[in-house]
Design a protein around this ligand. Structure first.
Ligand code: CAA
Ligand code: NAD
Length: 300
């Protein structure tokens, strides 16, 4: 399922320079697919250690993609990895990433932190720069409420792991201009994704359906209906999914999973998204899943 992406040079509005704010799980993947497609990328993060971690994981994942693209041709694989990696620079200074064609925000899933970031960028960036949020479940409109360029703003929601998952949800707000929407769709194609369009509704398409599934799985475990291992095996072998719900929650990050459920609950008032004691407890204990070394399972 990995695609290198297509050249978007035919378009007037082709995105050539991209900034990704937030270099965690998602930001590093988004930066990678843009660099693979030949675009120049800047990753901004407040945490220099996470920028270093991002560069390492991009190197590893570029090699995985390169091996698939250029089966056995070691020279071509090495060139692909080197050239793609060289298109990525990193910085802790937001100003270094402000003057680009497209900025994709992939920072922590908190409304006020995202709003503050976009308000700052709105001042720093030239008028041509399109802004997009990769939020899982917060309202795109609410995140951009304070910016002037509402016509040049929307949602670009990727899936983890970004280099592998083929979908991109393009969120068109009422204020998103047709030109901005088309540019976002075209950019999605340029980085190798199949785009679907969704209005700015809670959880968009995929998380609106995955959220209740994930929440109910955790409640099953809490009730003692079945073990986490058996629930995971059940959904893999019985529903044909690549990961069970606990493997997926650990992979997504329990902290992000919890914040996303919170956002869905506050918007829909649907009790299925109400806080779950077990999840609250695990996040409070710092059990975030793979990224912290322990979640429902242990990793090292
Ligand atoms: N970068 C590049 N390549 C990667 C990669 C990465 N980060 N992760 C895996 N791969 C490649 C591997 O190299 C491997 O390639 P080959 O087929 O050439 O060997 C291939 O993908 C399969 O990987 P693995 O053999 O390691 O393991 P797997 O078969 O279990 O696949 C997986 C891993 C693709 C993650 C698969 O388990 C999967 O699809 N899981 C479900 C993921 C999912 O549901 N994501 C969506 C979550 S919801 C979301 O993201 C939205 C939100 O807002 C929370
Ligand atoms: P993560 O915790 O792996 O990374 C977040 C990064 O943002 C961290 O490196 C952190 O240092 C940085 N950050 C926080 N505040 C910042 C700020 N003000 N300025 C710059 N950097 C800042 O999280 P993630 O899983 O990559 O999620 C990022 C976003 O993507 C969230 O909105 C999340 O809901 C969304 N998302 C996550 C997934 C997933 O499966 N994990 C999938 C799709 C979308």
């Amino acid at each position: 399922g990995i695609t290198r992406g297509f050249s978007s040079s035919a378009s007037l509005n082709a995105v050539k320079t991209v900034t990704v704010v937030g270099g965690g799980l998602m930001g590093s993947g988004i930066a990678q697919v843009a660099a693979q497609a030949g675009q120049n990328v800047t990753i901004i993060d407040i945490n220099p250690e996470l920028l270093e971690k991002a560069q390492k994981s991009i190197q590893t994942n570029l090699t995985r993609v390169g091996k698939k693209l250029y089966k056995g041709d070691e020279a071509k694989i090495a060139d692909f990895v080197k050239e793609s990696a060289e298109r990525i620079r990193v910085s802790t200074n937001l100003e270094d990433g402000a003057d680009v064609d497209l900025i994709v925000e992939a920072i922590v899933e908190k409304l006020d932190v995202k709003q503050e970031l976009f308000n700052k960028l709105d001042v720093l960036s030239p008028p041509r720069t399109i802004f997009a949020t990769n939020t899982s479940c917060i309202s795109v409109n609410a995140i951009g409420a304070g910016i002037q360029r509402k016509d040049r703003y929307g949602g670009l929601h990727f899936f983890n792991p970004v280099p592998v998952m083929r979908l991109l949800e393009v969120i068109k707000c009422d204020s998103t201009s047709e030109e901005t929407y088309q540019t976002m769709m075209e950019w999605g194609k340029s980085v190798g994704k199949t785009c679907i369009t969704c209005k700015d509704t809670p959880g968009f398409v995929v998380n609106r359906l995955l959220g209740p599934y994930s929440a109910e799985a955790i409640r099953m475990l809490e009730r003692g209906d079945a073990s986490k291992e058996d629930i995971d095996i059940g959904m893999k072998l019985g529903a044909g999914l690549p990961m069970g719900p606990f493997e997926l929650a650990d992979y997504t990050g329990l902290d992000t999973n919890r914040l996303a459920q919170q956002a869905l609950y506050s918007m829909t008032k649907n009790e299925v998204f109400a806080p779950i004691e077990l999840l609250e407890k695990m996040v409070a204990e710092g059990k975030y899943g793979i990224k912290s070394g322990e979640g429902f399972y242990k990793y090292n």
